[in-house]
Design a protein around this ligand. Structure first.
Ligand SMILES: [Zn+2]
Length: 213
């Protein structure tokens, strides 16, 4: 079940519903015993400068809350934030289901990082690191594909990678699996600047949801 409690930009949210990434994450909460709630209240990690976060504090009762405290002013950036938090929510849920034996499908990359960081699937630092590391490996491309579709395919796919990388910037891990060739690469400050610059060009010129204030 999905509950929208915040004054979320519902028109943007509705436009995301056609994306396969949305269906696999936020949309999937329509099924099963987990509740996903959106709010613009509460706190995230102010030290890390987080404007949005996903709170699993009541996960044992099947409740996950996505907090979006400072909505981005631009529609594509806002969509990227929602999708990023939706991925967190779906990872929390997946690991919880797996541990309870409700989901037998073992996703190796997630558990590799969960073990590596001794993640508790709660609000611990290890979980934040493990989930973001998994996103670097598995979600840069799906996020780029989603944003490109919303933006009506104006630029090559790789130009949209920055929308995924921007949500990962507070984390220090440099290695990631390149979606182009499935090989491990290193994210350098130069590469990072390049992907963010490309993303900013797209954000500044996109007409997606420009009237969705
Ligand atoms: Zn995150």
């Amino acid at each position: 079940m999905t509950k929208l409690l915040m004054n979320l930009r519902v028109r943007i949210y509705n436009k995301l519903k056609s994306l396969s990434l949305f269906k696999q994450t936020i949309g999937n909460f329509a099924n099963g015993n987990y509740n996903l709630t959106f709010t613009n209240k509460g706190k995230c990690n102010a030290i890390a400068g987080e404007a949005a976060c996903t709170d699993p504090i009541d996960l044992s009762n099947g409740n996950i809350t996505i907090k979006i405290l400072e909505p981005a002013s631009q529609g594509l950036d806002y969509s990227a934030t929602l999708l990023h938090e939706g991925i967190h929510a779906s990872i929390y849920r997946y690991v919880d289901e797996y541990k309870k034996g409700l989901n037998p499908n073992k996703k190796e990359n997630i558990f590799y990082w969960y073990n590596f960081y001794k993640a508790k699937n709660a609000r611990d630092r290890g979980t934040a690191y493990a989930q973001h590391q998994h996103m670097q490996d598995a979600y840069v491309r799906p996020l780029a594909v989603s944003l490109r579709k919303l933006d009506n395919y104006r630029y090559p796919l790789e130009d949209y990678y920055g929308f995924a990388w921007e949500g990962l910037r507070v984390y220090k891990y440099e290695d990631y699996i390149d979606p182009k060739d499935n090989k491990t690469k290193t994210m350098t400050p130069e590469k990072y600047k390049d992907v963010i610059d490309k993303k900013n060009v797209i954000s500044a010129s996109s007409i997606f949801a420009e009237n969705c204030k």
